[in-house]
Design a protein. Structure first.
Ligand SMILES: Cc1cc2nc3c(=O)[nH]c(=O)nc-3n(C[C@H](O)[C@H](O)[C@H](O)COP(=O)(O)OP(=O)(O)OC[C@H]3O[C@@H](n4cnc5c(N)ncnc54)[C@H](O)[C@@H]3O)c2cc1C
Length: 413
């Protein structure tokens, strides 16, 4: 297949048999659910833009396995140029959607595994890298969206996995069979989980010998037997069920996270990429985390949208010429472009790993992460300052249209 269209992506999700719960009830039709659908639209953008000639260079790449053109979200970085293009892709999509488009976690998991499976094989003589490449070829060929699942619920943070009162607070192997393993546990805060075809599981921290049953990495179809999803809330999520257009925030796009439960799930050996090699769990976490920190290029795209919105609000209010408003817009740009510098820098300073994959500079990726935990909040603060009280207290769309209220809302706002 090679490249899926946005329409084919949506159709492919309809074929999945996911077990999803939200607000205490089973969601039978995930794709058309008004709360979930905007998040599906955001992932669909990663398919749509890949099909547009003007974005081909950024949104697609040539597979180093098959030589076919593939979506960059399924690509293994083969050069510094690939890493830089990944950052540019994040900004582009953040700007197009104004939100999290969810597909980067899977890309980061694939790239981290392409490094660490090779490292494990070199040390332990295991067969993981070959297995991983076969899996990767499948993901690239089908143009799949993968959920990157690292974070365990973790229970008591002061205790390692094997000492937890509930042994399932970290995902672990409960049975080894001839044809594979059985795993139990959960992954928390999973971005884009119910918009994904596959789920790629990785351990969440460095582990010791005693925790070897927790040092496990594998991939499964998102609707494998025994997996269930419990949706996390989004602020203002139920507004999506109110109808209308004005009160919904980002009308077209959104993100989501879910708790993913693995209730004794079978994983065949050809999908297992780490099994009890506890000495490599920390390395996998580090590689995934560094790539994922780079992925916060998306926040720069969202910043672009917010700066544009703040400028527009100032113009509506007739305040755009005030020197303090101009200063604030300049400050927002300064912060946003500083964020951009971080994700471009860690990519530009990246280097080749023994498997041939290019990895970002971890130190610079961590600095970028530090900036990302601060600057977007400051950019938002400035946007709120410029926009004024209406951002917070605006009456509803129904009041704008209401018989008794319409004339007043029209007149005063
Ligand atoms: C919007 C969103 C999307 C996400 N998407 C994904 C995803 O797609 N995939 C995924 O795998 N994860 C995802 N995550 C999870 C994210 O990576 C974690 O939230 C993060 O790693 C922190 O883990 P935690 O929530 O368990 O917090 P904790 O690790 O419990 O941290 C909470 C606080 O406790 C401190 N702390 C924790 N343990 C110790 C200790 N032993 N000693 C001292 N201090 C400690 C920490 O430093 C921190 O200050 C997402 C999270 C969010 C908010």
């Amino acid at each position: 297949m090679g490249l899926m269209t946005a329409e084919q992506y949506e159709a492919s999700l309809r074929e999945l048999n996911l077990v999803v719960y939200m607000f205490g009830e089973r969601v039978e039709n995930v794709v058309d659910n008004p709360i979930i659908r905007p998040s599906m639209n955001a992932v669909a953008k990663t398919y749509e833009l890949a099909g547009r000639p003007e974005h081909e260079d950024i949104m697609t790449a040539v597979s180093h396995i098959t030589g076919n053109r593939i979506n960059r979200f399924t690509h293994i970085h083969q050069s510094v140029d690939d890493l830089v293009k990944k950052s540019k892709m994040g900004r582009l999509l953040g700007r197009e959607t104004g939100c999290c488009f969810q597909r980067c976690v899977g890309m980061d998991a694939l790239n981290a595994l392409s490094i660490v499976t090779f490292n494990i094989d070199e040390t332990h003589g295991t067969p993981y890298y070959g297995r991983f490449r076969d899996y990767l070829a499948f993901v690239q060929e089908k143009d799949l969206t993968c959920d990157g699942a690292m974070t365990d619920p973790k229970g008591d943070r002061s205790l390692p996995p094997h000492k937890q009162p509930d042994p399932d607070h970290y995902l672990h192997v409960v049975e080894e069979r001839k044809d594979g393993i059985v795993v139990r546990g959960a992954k928390a805060h999973q971005t884009g989980a119910v918009n994904s075809h596959e789920i790629i599981v990785m351990p969440t921290l460095s582990m010791r010998e005693e925790d070897r049953d927790y040092a496990v990495s594998f991939a499964l179809p998102a609707d494998a037997e025994g997996i269930l999803y419990i949706m996390g809330r989004q602020s203002c999520d139920t507004r999506k069920m109110e109808g209308g257009r004005l009160d919904q925030g980002n009308l077209f796009f959104g993100g989501h996270e879910a708790l993913v439960v693995f209730d004794d799930v079978f994983v065949p050996w050809d999908r297992v990429f780490m099994y009890r090699e506890h000495d490599f769990s920390g390395r996998l976490v580090e590689k995934f985390a560094a790539y994922h920190r780079q992925s916060y290029a998306c926040k720069v795209g969202v910043g672009d949208v917010l700066i544009g919105a703040a400028q527009t609000a100032a113009e509506y209010n007739g305040a755009e010429r005030a020197s303090h408003v101009k200063d604030k817009i300049v400050e927002m740009n300064h912060l946003n472009e500083t964020l951009y510098c971080g994700c471009i820098a860690c990519a530009s300073e990246g280097g080749r790993e023994p498997s041939g994959t290019y990895s970002v500079n971890s130190l610079l990726a961590n600095v970028h992460k530090q900036n990302v935990t601060r600057f977007p909040y400051e950019i938002s603060r400035l946007a709120q300052d410029i926009a004024g009280g209406l951002m917070v207290t605006l009456p509803s769309e129904k009041d704008l249209k209401g018989q008794e209220t319409s004339k007043w809302v029209e007149k005063y706002f």
